[in-house]
Design a protein around this ligand. Structure first.
Ligand code: ADP
Ligand code: MG
Length: 696
């Protein structure tokens, strides 16, 4: 896939120029000087030759085949050139030319035609408005960027050309090699998902990095990325993390979901690592380029200084990693090998006067311990420290075991040569212990992801007829939110437990309904025009008898009328008192790119204050649902707590997947809040005390 972009036998440069400084000149020069082994044909009707290469007047008049065409002609000529490429049987085209979507309505129309032309002619196109493509592995520099990194196993694609050049420059400066570099600009055809798929199949690439501003097709992205990340790591730097300001939303879920929520959730669900800064980008790349993944989360630290060892230990404790409990045989072997003042327990302190051989011994003993799944080594440059020799010991150790080793050689001036050695040998080194721990945690998370089997979302039998009829009825009445009665019908139709309720239009009916439901009861205002019922004085709970029901009915009607004089009041809902339980919220919101996003969090009236919520893109697997339940800050309230038995987390996870299925299958439902959803002790299920849906 896309191989013609990376290792073509021949490249034509349409718009090749004899004038240094012009893009059409730079591209030819880069092709010639980059070390590319194939044929380069400049195309220019007005020139005989460019950089000593004979020109063709047009691409369809080139003698011999052309596998890849690079276009650097004005945008007005691009469509003609595409037609010529099609005639010449060229299926891969890079369009460097700007003046498309980024330049306004006219350019956008031109780009639309370009996309159409490519689809029609079976041409894959990268760009327009991009830097081009590099393949340091094959020496191909089909771009106008001057600096090409050396060959390596990391591929990088960038929506922004400018950021691309900055990263390329950093790679050259830091001696980081690359397999492929793709600047994909306006993505008229090839987009981030195509690139992830292609690089996933690329044998020259071990780690995929991408800078992305937006994802075109969220669903396709998730499908492809979930597959590729099981083969090799994908790290994405996505701009626009801060939400573009609060939007008007009628549901809790809508107001809690920021512009970036869906990306965050989607990346996590498909095993993509998200970098926040360019620095983090390289940190991820460094550690994920390693040969091995930890089998478990138990880490051992070998250090020549106490302080940094403690900093690292603290970082471990607040991560997913755990400090390994060294085996007795390990401790006694260390006792024998190390000076008496050394700490033979984790973190192992080989002391400030440790030379390389003492580190070497410690690595050998600790690395062989079955309780240890990864090693972090720390070095501070002290008087007798052998910096480079110790780096060599780290490299040897890392080559000798299948347990990952990450290094922290602290300082700058005297440890810099060691950094280079470690880098060259592919051992990740980080200046700070906490960075190293974070990197190791990344490796662990990636190992868990790789090892986990992909699973499918469950599918439940819903009462489809009832759901459709209810939605159609509300739509006919022109409503954008569903009345509680309708909302309840829908929830019930998808198997979500609700307190028993009966609608009552007047006081007498309410008393009769209460008899049916059974005391004590709850009365709630029923009106399409009142969204937050408590705010309108529209909810009365714990009504013990007929008298209380009558009083409550009148009070509710009075305050609702005062709250919203023009509201149409249908009556009340007489409801069974739901037993008290732990209150959570489940919600649905829709994202332009990723579709329905499911929210879970701590429920009740303080939802928006506490903001203890988490998101996933639907459809949810049961594993996604369980993860959501376990990752909110207040997750502990669902465990055995102050004499309460553990909550029915399985029923809760199932409810999440039911809501997810509803959101996927009925796009007319724009938003949803189940708040509060009460969770009862294990085996006793959940109950949605209040349900609310928004309608398109
Ligand atoms: P709204 O959110 O529109 O104000 P709710 O239906 O959520 O209205 O009711 C407000 C609060 O009243 C709920 O958060 C819950 O604490 C309590 N409540 C409502 N219905 C019941 C019920 N059937 N059983 C027990 N408590 C209830
Ligand atoms: Mg509520």
């Amino acid at each position: 896939m896309l191989t013609s972009f990376f290792s073509p036998a021949s490249v034509a440069v349409i718009g090749a120029s004899r004038t240094p400084g012009k893009v059409g000149y730079d591209v030819v020069r880069n092709l010639v000087e980059g070390g590319f082994q194939g044929t380069v044909v400049p195309v220019n009707p007005k020139a005989e030759e460019v950089l000593g290469l004979p020109c063709a007047p047009s691409v369809d008049q080139v003698d011999g085949p052309v596998e890849l065409a690079v276009l650097c002609i004005p945008s007005a000529f691009v469509l003609d050139a595409i037609e010529q490429c099609a005639r010449k049987d060229i299926h891969s085209v890079i369009i460097i030319t700007a003046g498309f979507k980024e330049s306004g309505a006219e350019g956008a129309e031109l780009e639309r035609q370009l996309t159409e032309a490519c689809r029609r002619d079976g041409i894959r196109c990268i760009g327009p408005n991009c830097l081009g493509v590099m393949s340091p592995i094959t020496g191909l520099n089909a771009s106008f960027g001057a600096t090409m990194p050396g060959p390596g196993r990391i591929a990088f694609f960038s929506q922004s050309g400018a950021l691309g050049t900055a990263i390329l420059d950093a790679c050259v400066g830091e001696d980081i090699g690359m397999s492929r570099f793709i600047s994909y600009g306006n993505k008229a055809d090839v987009d981030e998902t195509d690139l992830i798929e292609a690089l996933g199949e690329d044998d020259e690439t071990d780690v995929i990095l991408g800078y992305v501003e937006s994802v075109n097709d969220g669903r396709k992205f998730i499908d492809v990325a979930s597959r590729v990340t099981r083969k090799k790591p994908v790290v994405i730097l996505k701009s626009g993390r801060t939400s573009a300001g609060a939007r008007a939303a009628s549901s809790h879920t809508g107001s809690l979901a920021g512009a970036d929520t869906a990306y965050e959730a989607a990346f996590r669900q498909c095993g993509v690592f998200r970098a926040n800064t360019v620095e983090e980008f390289f940190d991820f790349a460094r550690v994920l380029s390693g040969r091995t993944l930890p089998a478990d989360n138990r880490i051992a630290i070998v250090t020549n200084a106490g302080g940094p060892g403690i900093i690292a230990t603290d970082a471990v404790e607040s991560s997913l990693l755990r400090m390994a409990d060294l085996a007795e045989t390990t401790v006694s072997a260390l006792t024998e090998a190390l000076p008496p003042q050394a700490n033979r327990h984790n973190p192992v302190d080989v002391l400030g006067d440790a030379r390389a051989d003492r580190y070497r011994t410690a690595f050998r003993i600790v690395g062989a311990d079955p309780n240890v799944s990864a090693v972090l080594t720390i070095l501070t440059p002290q008087t007798s420290t052998e910096v480079e020799e110790t780096a060599a010991a780290v490299i040897e150790a890392s080559e000798a075991t299948d347990k990952p080793i990450v290094a922290t050689f602290m300082g700058s001036q005297s440890v810099r040569p060691a950094w280079r050695l470690l880098d060259k040998a592919g051992v990740a080194n980080f200046p700070r212990p906490d960075q190293a721990v974070k990197a190791m945690e990344t490796l662990y998370r990636y190992g868990q992801w790789r090892g986990g089997a992909p699973s499918d979302a469950p599918r439940y039998a819903f009462d489809d007829g009832l759901i459709r009829k209810t939605i159609a009825g509300a739509a006919e009445r022109g409503h954008t939110t569903l009345a509680e009665r309708d909302a309840r019908d829908i929830a019930e139709a998808c198997g979500i437990a609700l307190p028993k309720s009966v609608f009552a239009a007047d006081e007498e009916a309410a008393v009769e309904a209460a008899g049916q439901v059974g005391y004590p009861v709850v009365l709630k205002i029923s009106s399409d025009d009142i969204l937050h019922k408590s705010d309108a004085g529209g909810v009365k709970v714990r009504l013990a008898d007929a008298e209380a029901v009558r009083t409550a009915f009148r009070a509710i009607m009075d305050s609702a009328r005062r709250y919203k004089p023009d509201a149409r009041l249908d009556g009340v809902l007489v409801q069974q008192m739901a037993p008290s339980g732990r209150e959570v919220i489940i919600g649905v919101n829709r994202d332009a790119q990723f579709g329905p996003v499911i929210m879970f969090g701590l429920g009740g009236i303080y939802v928006e204050v506490l903001k203890d919520v988490t998101f996933r893109v639907a459809p949810l697997t049961l594993r996604d649902a369980r993860e959501m339940v376990s990752e909110i800050r207040a997750a502990r309230i669902l465990q055995a707590f102050r004499g309460d038995p553990p909550a029915d987390v399985e029923a809760l996870a199932e409810c999440l997947t039911r809501v997810s299925q509803l959101a996927v299958e009925y796009p007319e439902l724009t938003e949803c809040d189940l708040n509060p959803l009460r969770v009862y002790p294990e085996g006793q299920g959940v109950m949605a005390v209040d349900v609310r849906f928004g309608l398109a």
